[in-house]
Design a protein around this ligand. Sequence first.
Ligand code: SF4
Length: 429
Amino acid sequence: MNVSPRQKEIETLAHQFPSIPLEALLKQDVLRLGVRFSQDSLKIASGYKPKDYFIFSFDLVTLEELGQTAQAHQLRAPEEVRLSGGPWRLAPTIFNVRLNPQSPYLIQLVEGKLALTLNGQALADAEYHPVPAFYGEPLQSGKQINEIAPVLEWGYLVYLTLYRLCQYWGKDEECQFCDINENYRQQKKAGRDYTGIKKLGDILEALSHIERKDTLSQAITLTGGAITGQLNGKNEVDFYLEYASAIHEKFGRRWIIKAVVEAFEKKECQRLYDSGVEIYHPNYEVWDKNLFRQLCPGKERFIGYENWMRRIVDSAEVFGPEKVIPNFVGGVEMSSPSGFKTAEAAVASTAKGLDFFMSKGILPRFTTWCPEPLAHLKNQQPASLEYYTRLLSVYKATKERYGLPNPPGYGEAGKGKAVFSVSAFMDVL
Ligand code: SF4
């Protein structure tokens, strides 16, 4: 069998970094390069959960471009794929689908079964995220339940993007890697029902169906773009707090409630906590101060780097350090023109942030940077696989050095068990 350069690189890195399972390397490689699907691979009789475009596009191509090519069938691609077996005898490994018609990774039927292939060689058996038991339940408003309350992480997480826009507007404010506002526009243009502000009544009704029909989901994420002014007559804390309180009041502790919002002062964090939010994600995106200023100009202007990091630390006094889990966009510190030029330098910078937070008991997490064509960062190459391998290695070592527990609200950790699908950080713990 011919060994492709991608296969060779994965095997070489797995050899150099024995603490990182090969599954995690393949997952990161598929996440950074995206994946494509053959036409017959999407004709699955049992059905599957399609991509719900839960917040960003997370694609390396626009819907319009995809719709104009012979690849248009991929507009119905699944949300997540689980790999296993194959020549590397992979343990089950779940990744989130990022469409890329140019990707070397192709899902197709091989001898009648779904497989992930590379240059025509089958690398792993594949299966798609099944249709959740509650999908198709009617809502009184006429909205689709998957539009209001989609699930991710193989059913573990109900993802509620309550506000599908961000009030950081335009190039001088929007995070340069983020396509939330443009994605909203492209979804509307494509004629999809894409709700800008989700109504509390729809959310509670959808969750009632989920409570009745589903046993898999364990956590809820409440999120949306930044609210710098007012939305429905409320500031950002009050806007999200209304949903958290109502969910907590109606469903108690049926789900762990997580909030991905801005970095607030302690008194605002306390209000969120009192409303039922257990886990707080004040995402700092990138550790390096200069890159933060360039890549997150809205966060810098409205809150500022120093305040953002201080508020993360202060919030641990409210939620408990293990329940403060700020995200960074792994790989964006290698974007051009200002990013680091080598994987080693990029990871050395990010490692300082990991050390800073983990020494205080706070465990950041990361998602895999997806160079989306509608974001302000244009014509970007994804970060290298070497970068992700080094990052996973440093992440794991730092967490172990400080003896931190696995993060709550993410399901099981470890090879073959992790369900978090947008990076392999849970697969290596
Ligand atoms: S704060 Fe930044 S990353 Fe978050 S939605 Fe707004 S622009 Fe995107």
